[in-house]
Design a protein around this ligand. Sequence first.
Ligand code: NAP
Length: 282
Amino acid sequence: MAIKMDGLALAKKLKEQAREEAAQLRRRPGLAVIIVGDNPASRVYVNSKRKDCEECDYYSEEYALPETSSQQELLELIGELNRREDIDGILVQLPLPRGFCEEEVLLAIDPGKDVDCFHPYNVGKLTIGQPVFQPCTPGGVMELLKEYHIDPAGKRCVVLGRSNIVGKPMAMLLLHAHGTVTVCHSRTPDMKEIAATADILVSAVGQVGLVTGDMVKEGAVVIDVAMNRNAEGKLCGDVVVEEVEPKASYLTPVPGGVGPMTRAMLMLNTLTAAKNHLKYLK
Ligand code: NAP
């Protein structure tokens, strides 16, 4: 029976460490979160970020722009926050309402304040193995692996999903950790067979019931990144737990696995940004 990888407990520990480290700095790390429009899911995420900042004793600001605001107004706000000495991290909650150009918005954030690690500069640094920030969700997965003494080196790693937010940076981090990585996506014809070869299987697709028992090798580590709602409206991942749990050696629960780790990584990135800025600010 798979060991449950407790993301809640590890996230709590990492946030406590971040709080202790932040307390040693000359001033509190500062995070600005921008939300545009009133998407209820985005609102939940923004509230949880505020709570995390409180837990870590960071300074935080929230900007709620109406859906009717313009791209220019949003860019001007980002410009202002870029220039602020007390703000280390800027996060624009995605998705943005229709009509906004996300690409331009993400490019406008000072890469030194890009705590989500979405700016092409930071993606490039990550790709060449010199990351400034950790991509939050994949970085959280790597921390979970480390906590359970699972070393990807020499292992066969399969990532399901190739998004810029999860799949691609996940593959990159596993590769940097010396795993042999295969990425599957919607055009992969033999995904089941490939998945079944994995020592470490990461599913980041967003499809209830996708990862069945026959896709998991005996003893594999299975990381379920997805956050779906099942037919009863309950939060669940991609993995069919009752089929995979008896075969896997480790499995992340949903909720309580990767989700809390993503939030903790944002706090760690904000701390990194603050340390970097304080080096230059006299
Ligand atoms: P996304 O942008 O929709 O990407 C999904 C990926 O899955 C795409 O690469 C897509 O392939 C692939 N895919 C779709 N159907 C497939 C299939 N039948 N077989 C194989 N691959 C398939 O989603 P995302 O933003 O990466 O998020 C993925 C999941 O993770 C979602 O459930 C999301 O809620 C969750 N998530 C969780 C956290 C967390 O903190 N736990 C954070 C972020 C996201 P194509 O590229 O070919 O379309």
